[in-house]
Design a protein around this ligand. Sequence first.
Ligand SMILES: Nc1nc2c(ncn2[C@@H]2O[C@H](COP(=O)(O)O[C@H]3[C@@H](O)[C@H](n4cnc5c(=O)[nH]c(N)nc54)O[C@@H]3COP(=O)(O)O)[C@@H](O)[C@H]2O)c(=O)[nH]1
Length: 942
Amino acid sequence: MAIDLRTFSSPIARRLFFFFFLAVTLPVLVLVSITFFQLSDYMANQHRKELQNDAKYIGMNLFERLQRVGIELPRVAATRTPQSLRVDPVHTAGDDVLLRLVRGVGAGDPVWLHPGNADQALHEKLYEQLAAPDSEGRDRPMRIHQLGTNPTVLFASLKVAPDSYLAARVHPEFFWDPEQLPHDKLSCVLAGKDVVVFCSVDPPARFVEAFASARADSSLGSFEWEEGGATMRAVYWEVFLHGIGMNRNWTVVLSQPEQQLFATTRQFQATLILIVLASILMALMFSIGHLRRVLRPLQSLRMATRQVADGDLRKQVVITSGDEFQELAQAFNSMTERLAGQFDQREALMEIDRVILSTKDSRNVVNEVLVQAQAFPECDSLLVAMQDEQVVRLKAAGDGSHSAEDHQILAHKQYAQTLSQLGNGEEPLVLDDLPAWLPVLPGTEACSAWLLFPLRVSGELSGFVLLGTRNPANATNANSGWAVQVVSRLSIALTRARWQTDLYRQAHFDDLTGLPNRAALKVTLSRALERSTRNETRVALLFIDLDRFKLINDSIGHAAGDIYLQAVAERIRSCVRSEDAVSRLGGDEFTVLITDVLPEADIATEVMTLVGRLLQNIPKPVRVGLHELRCTMSIGVSIFPDDGQSIDDLMKQADTAMYQAKRSGGNSFRFYAQEMQAASQQRMELESDMRQALESDQFQLYFQPQVRMDSSHVQSAEVLLRWNHPERGLVPPGVFIPIAEESLLIADIDAWVLRAVCKQIRQWLNAGIEPVRLAINISAAQFQNPRFVSLVKLSLSQFELSADHIELEITEGALIDNLEHARQVLNELGEFGVRLAIDDFGTGYCSLAYLKTMPIDKLKIDQSFIRDITLSARDAAIVEVILQLSKQLGLRCIAEGVETQEELDWLVEKGCEVFQGYFFHRPMPLADFAKLLSSQVSINRV
Ligand SMILES: Nc1nc2c(ncn2[C@@H]2O[C@H](COP(=O)(O)O[C@H]3[C@@H](O)[C@H](n4cnc5c(=O)[nH]c(N)nc54)O[C@@H]3COP(=O)(O)O)[C@@H](O)[C@H]2O)c(=O)[nH]1
């Protein structure tokens, strides 16, 4: 089996391998090690014992032979005579013992019983030994004599008589039988420590030395010695020979090379090592094999998981191991399959979301839903029906999307019936049968369950979604899952589309009249200018503003004003051609855009024709409730490209021209002219300067006395503001007050006047001048100011004045703008003691009812009535009525603008008592008025 090292690139594989390998090899190693050492030891001991046994065996054999010699010698000595020995000197003791007997007969006269003289020298040496006493000093009957070196010639001797010995030469083989000696060992017999009796080969000197030094007291032992670099092991065994009458013990020594001695052990060790190596190799192979079996599926799963992580949810893992890995792979496959399904569905939902966000057309969303529905396995048929379009679209299983236009439009009746089925419920209805009204399309007939979802737009039931599925069990899945989300997305998209439509309508159309608004006009104008530039045509912009429309609002109320504006819008529309664009900019301002006027056409004539129609029709009365309302209008016209190049220029110029028409008295029109620009410019400059004026005290108070006829004294005065402009000089209020009112600066101006008046009164009081009551004009803007009452109170208290030092003049318009607020403000002021006068009385659309409910002190008859009092019976009648009215209501009355004696006489005759006008005094600066006050003897307060 080849070892694939790539296996070890896996950390798990490395870990598993390590533990597995360790688990297998460690016990083997331990076991083998123990066995190795124990068996080696055991075998070494065995070898040693074997050697010792060999030595013992040899020793025992030797002992037994010597014993036999010791038995035989006395027996021969007893049974044989020297003569018989002389005849037959050889005695053979059985097969094993061969004795050659000699007899020594007295010292110096040995008689050799052995024939022949071959060993004469040897015999002489023997005789010497026989004659010599025993080295141990004992007199033993039998002795062994060792003569010569190896091989030593041995004699056994027995003293049979004084100086008479029986000696027998022992045949070497009797002792050292080659058959019995081990061939593979060095076998020696040593007498004492260093006398070699016998050796199987010539013993090395080192062997004898080693034995001599190792020889211990014990009879059995071992030692080592070196021979030619090899270690030799040796054992010895001492044979006790004293017992058999010998003078010394012999020691049998057996020696063998260590390598030879332990050859079996080494062989065993090598086998063990081989076994260990084989086990390791097998462990290695089995581990790797097993690891590969484990890792291969793991690797497949890992790769598949990576691919899934990279987004490939279609990845399937094939593992056929039949174990848990196979189960895991199956679980993995079903998980990825489910995930892929869910992702498909999510993508489909996201795609729907994308379309929802990118399109304004709800039809696109419906189409996308029908396309994406194919991603949902439970969806075999999908139908979307919407109320606003009455368009039914179907998705049929298997063959894509079908437009209902291709098949069948759902009849209104069927549609309504289906909606009524849904009622107000939020939950879908589960239908078992194919709805009767559903057109049969490919796929629909196969469906066996249907889910009917309500489709709500801005909370209203506006359609439905019908989902068909072949498997009824799927209906539950769809109901709890994607279908609900799809329907809710559809609902959100449709709601959003409706909101956008509404928003667009709100942003581009005027709520009241339904006409395009300023933003829409700009778009239309921009396109018209582009076209005009391209085609070299011309464009006319008419700016229409109703004259004194505010009076309608102020007097009859905003509701009536709104109805009137709607009527005006309709009339303007009826006056223009279909290609002309009418817009309402806000309030009472309208525009008409005449586009694509060819160069050869007379644009001025075209404009004037239209203007003529407008001026003729718009002022016609409009009935609103009990009232007949009418307004003239002022029209300003600018022409592109003659007057301006941009939208803003054109609109500004038309506005300027309209303003000029209005200044000229209204009910007229003006074409824009360069000079108008200057006037408009001046107006803007004045507005800007006025802001400066407030901060740098350019305003001055003028005073116009109000006198009583009976006393002819100044009894009060109206405070009139003058603007001392650093460059323009004295600017009359008739010029700057309207601009201040338009820019809402008027509230600040009024506040300034109020404070300045109070300050002035305080100064007069401090100077000992008794002031008259001063009437202060309060604009509608100031009157609406929520802090107005506290401003009045604060101004008075700041200068420690009582409320009856001042009087506030308020126009009818300011009151009627918000009657409830007016009532509350006037009550608060009245309770505080401030007197209130209605300025310009008779000019507004006044119901007069407020006179009863509000704390009004004085009516100020407008000078426009006084001016023609002696000429116009109508004006005279109005003044008379006002005088009677005030009398009956217990209100004081003042006639303003009295310029002639005739006017004064007429008024006096009609019962008017207080007057203001040039006939008495013109408005005068502070110094003059102070002088006038000082000259008065007394001042009567009204
Ligand atoms: N909110 C404020 N409005 C103010 C203030 N000061 C003035 N005004 C308003 O400005 C309008 C013009 O005022 P003015 O030019 O001062 O004209 C006043 C009188 O001078 C004028 N008048 C008075 N007697 C006669 C006369 O016999 N003949 C004649 N031709 N004109 C006359 O009438 C104006 C006063 O009108 P009214 O206020 O309606 O009493 C004017 O509307 C002022 O209200 C201010 O501080 N705040």
